[in-house]
Design a protein around this ligand. Structure first.
Ligand SMILES: [Zn+2]
Length: 192
């Protein structure tokens, strides 16, 4: 993944908490505020059965420290697979500063970064962002189902077990939806 240096945008409302429709203020894992550190948000959506709209399947905001801990919990095998995968996928365009290009935020928030498909053509997607001081500090990323599936296959059984525990403990799920999704397919983050 390529990182911009000077990127700083107001947090798009797509990243707001689905509970109170405000920006996230604390880590979903440890409960601490984010302070001056980076933090990360992942929100996952799936089309409803009648295919008319997307519904949130899970959401979390995680502080830098907890994210580092999460990465330590991922098995060596998974980590190697993920790194190889990322290398093969190719990096984003190399740009020194966000001022060198016009960034179409709306496009980025509505298209899979791996396949280029628009949300209308996806069945499910994950939205991922990196933040600091109440600003979005890297390009927002949307990952569609083909990426999610491929990514999930990279994870070892050990790592999958870890994520099951992770989601059982922290994920924000609307209660009605939680019931529907129970025992359906496993949830996997793409934010590692
Ligand atoms: Zn935390």
């Amino acid at each position: 993944m390529h990182f911009f240096f000077n990127f700083s945008e107001d947090i798009p409302e797509e990243f707001h908490s689905s509970e109170n429709h405000q920006p996230h203020t604390e880590c979903s894992v440890c409960g601490n505020g984010f302070g001056k550190d980076h933090y990360f948000i992942e929100k996952a959506f799936q089309k409803t059965y009648d295919k008319t709209e997307f519904q949130l399947t899970f959401e979390y905001a995680v502080c830098e420290r907890c994210k580092t801990d999460m990465m330590k919990s991922i098995s060596k095998e998974s980590m190697q697979n993920i790194q190889d995968f990322a290398m093969n996928m190719g990096a984003m365009p190399r740009l020194k500063s966000s001022e060198e290009v016009e960034i179409d935020m709306d496009f980025l928030l509505n298209h899979c970064i791996a396949s280029g498909k628009s949300l209308d053509d996806l069945e499910e997607y994950h939205l991922v962002g990196i933040f600091k001081n109440d600003k979005l500090v890297q390009l927002p990323m949307v990952y569609g189902e083909s990426f999610i599936e491929e990514y999930s296959e990279l994870l070892s059984e050990e790592t999958k077990g870890f994520f099951d525990d992770f989601f059982n403990n922290i994920t924000v799920l609307p209660p009605t939806l939680a019931k529907i999704l129970e025992d359906e397919k496993p949830r996997r983050p793409v934010l590692i």
